[in-house]
Ligand binder design. Structure first.
Ligand code: PGA
Length: 259
């Protein structure tokens, strides 16, 4: 049986764009995309925290069906945690999707699998959808540890989460060696990684969760490679970094069926 999952294309802006640039980019995206695009594909953008309020206002005022996303959050609801932002603060700004466990957070800011798990739970409690990232480093890949690494991150990241919640969330398979390097995984490598994710979800949470969870591929996704990636059976979308910073390239990725 072929299971239909609506694709989700997400733009991870990382630490790019001030709020004025963000407004401009959103407006350009809204000119480039049409109702038919949103009908067939869910689209989210993940600007820096400082842009969320402005982005929300523009999306709302112009009725643009792009979902607002964030890149990170803390698991505590409030407290003496200088510099942090809570999930409930994001939910209040109509944020729908929150990335957790991006490899840059793991590598540069010491996010552990337990931290990622705590963030996921906070995001779910606040009524939003997590996009949990996983993926192996180049060294792990060379040592034939890629599959074990991905499965470990999925198991520990999702510990204690209900199967219905898993069915509705998003997991991004992002091989670390492909992020920002211009070196995309081949479609078949990307498929293998995404299949590892889905199989692990099936083993831990059952068929409904495995059929429901949307799995994105991330790592140097561009207009030129998106169609082939999306043709893979276990790839339900993309988490796009660099190519999401321009309306032209991001909208072409969203319209992958026309490539
Ligand atoms: P990239 O980033 O598309 O620039 O490789 C992807 C990501 O980090 O999510």
């Amino acid at each position: 049986m072929v299971v239909e999952r609506k694709p989700l294309i997400s733009g991870n802006w990382k630490m790019h764009m001030n709020h004025l640039e963000a407004i401009q980019l959103i407006q350009k995206l809204s000119y480039a995309l049409e109702a038919a695009d949103y009908a067939s594909t869910d689209v989210s953008i993940h600007p820096p925290f400082t842009n969320l309020r402005s982005a929300q206002t523009v999306l709302d005022a112009d009725k643009i069906p792009i979902a607002l996303g964030a890149q990170h959050c803390h698991w505590e609801d409030k407290g003496a945690l200088t510099g942090e932002v809570s999930a409930s603060m994001l939910a209040k700004l109509a944020v729908r999707y929150v990335i957790a466990g991006h490899s840059e957070r793991r590598q540069l800011f010491g996010d552990s699998d337990e931290d990622v798990n705590s963030r996921l739970k906070a995001i779910l409690i606040a009524g939003m959808t997590p996009i949990m990232c996983c993926g192996e480093t180049l060294e792990e890949r060379r040592n034939q540890q890629a599959e074990a690494r991905i499965a470990f991150q999925v198991e520990h990241g999702l510990a204690g989460i209900k199967r219905e919640q898993v069915a509705n969330m998003v997991i991004a398979y992002e091989p670390v060696w492909a992020i920002g390097t211009g070196q995309t995984a081949t479609p078949s490598d990307a498929q293998v990684g995404c299949a590892v994710v889905r199989n692990k979800v099936r083993e831990l949470f059952g068929a409904l969760a495995a059929d429901g969870v949307r799995i994105q591929y991330g790592g140097s996704v561009k207009p030129i490679n998106i169609a082939e990636l999306m043709a893979q059976p276990d790839i339900d979308g993309a988490l796009v970094g660099g190519a999401s910073l321009e309306a032209e390239s991001f909208s072409r990725i969203v319209r992958f069926r026309l490539q």
